[in-house]
Design a protein around this ligand. Structure first.
Ligand code: NAD
Ligand code: UFG
Length: 353
């Protein structure tokens, strides 16, 4: 039986959905679970803790006051996944985060990435079909655009992927698109730009394992003294200050977009069974601007030096997010300063400070 909400406005969804979140204890997944609860929905989470920890579940409960319905399921295990979904009652939609995401590792071990990211997604589609679930939001990436003239919109051509990881995102988009043609499946593919930041509570955030590859955790780890120096990978790019430009989006804004996207499917607002949305801020920031924003909001200096370019980096990318604004009714609420501030509070929390 449906639980109905008090109407917020005439465009809002009027009832509670039951949503399965794969990879729901990971970085973006955990923030999305919080926002789904905040929006009044019921949430079921699966994860295998490959890149996350059980404590995340307790911390989501501390933030929301809601107990998470969690089961340890590996999406590579098709039978276990199917049995799990078949045993569930009333799931309206799936938000699919579970995947591996380390670009370098994907070059060294491509099969691991194709097995989990592509194989796991195919298993999920079989299991959803068996359980009669026909709506999914998929975690894609702006990496599908490669080197393009920013701002990039959803119609920007997608060149051949630069890494096996990037290729898994392209392939999954194709798999999902093709499957909408042969089934009742409705899909939103969400192309994230650079997710950063952490929850205001500092109870959930990104947990980079080992030496971080990404800029923001490297900034915060250097500032706290875990790393000696941050290397800026190149200042000879054709950008105003010579360093690369990216579109850094706060993970809470990103999480809120997932709520909108899944409600968009439920309210049947789509014109095509397969829809794609860019999720960024529309604002490009250089590496030096990111460092200076961090220093400004925290008052802490970052020890950095200019180094050589990192192989595979593109000079600049940022999003045109008009489609998400117009069709999902979503836009970002937080800026780069807030991204840096919440990342710093999270880093201090991890260090016990
Ligand atoms: P994350 O590693 O923090 O979260 C992924 C979660 O999936 C982890 O909790 C992990 O344990 C789980 N998982 C992995 N394989 C699994 C399996 N076989 N079975 C069950 N659970 C499994 O990553 P994230 O940053 O939260 O990314 C979420 C999604 O967004 C991924 O699909 C990623 O590729 C995509 N994405 C991330 C970024 C980014 O910069 N963080 C950018 C673009 C796209
Ligand atoms: N950078 C440095 N020094 C560092 C780390 C990064 O200068 O120590 C620079 C990079 O050269 C790049 C910028 O900071 O110019 C951002 O780098 P990140 O590694 O944080 O992010 P990327 O844009 O390279 O890639 C990230 C994810 C990919 C994902 C992509 C788009 O790592 O998996 O965003 O979502 F595909």
């Amino acid at each position: 039986m449906r639980t109905y909400f008090k109407p917020k406005n005439k465009l809002a969804l009027l009832y509670k959905m039951k949503i399965l979140v794969t990879g729901g204890t990971g970085y973006i997944g955990s923030h999305t679970v919080v926002e789904l609860f905040n929006a009044g929905h019921e949430v079921v989470v699966i994860d295998n803790f490959d890149n996350s920890y059980p404590e995340v579940l307790e911390n989501i409960e501390k933030i929301t006051g809601k107990k998470v319905d969690f089961t340890n399921v590996d999406i590579r295990n098709k039978q276990a996944l199917t049995d799990f979904l078949m045993a569930q009652k009333g799931i309206d939609a799936v938000i699919h985060f579970a995947a591996f995401k380390a670009v370098g590792e994907s070059v060294e071990n491509p099969l691991k990435y194709y097995e989990n990211n592509v194989g796991g997604t195919v298993n999920l589609l079989y299991a959803m079909e068996a359980a009669g679930i026909h709506q999914i939001a998929f975690s894609s990436s702006c990496t599908v655009y490669g080197e393009a003239n920013p701002p990039v919109d959803e119609n920007t051509p997608r060149p051949a992927a630069q890494s096996p990881y990037g290729n898994t995102k392209q392939i999954c988009e194709e798999v999902l698109f093709d499957y909408t043609k042969a089934s009742n499946l409705k899909v939103v593919s969400l192309r994230y730009f650079n997710p950063v930041g952490a929850h205001d509570s500092a109870l959930i955030g990104e947990l980079p394992i080992g030496i971080p590859n990404n800029l923001v955790p490297f900034i915060t780890q250097t500032a706290i003294g875990k790393r000696e120096v941050l290397t800026v990978f190149g200042n000879d790019y054709p950008t105003p200050d010579g360093t690369c430009i990216r579109d850094y989006i706060h993970v809470v804004d990103l999480a809120k977009a997932h709520v909108k996207a899944i409600e968009f499917l439920e309210m049947k607002k789509y014109t095509d069974a397969y829809s794609v949305f860019n999720l960024g801020t529309g604002q490009g920031s250089s590496v030096l601007e990111a460092i200076h924003s961090f220093e400004k909001v925290t008052g802490v200096k970052v020890n950095y030096k200019i180094g050589t370019r990192r192989a595979g980096d593109i000079a600049q990318i940022y999003a045109n997010c008009d489609k998400a604004t117009n069709e999902l009714g979503w836009k970002t609420e937080r800026d780069l300063d807030n991204c840096m501030l919440t990342s710093w509070i999270w880093e201090k929390h991890l260090a016990g400070k």
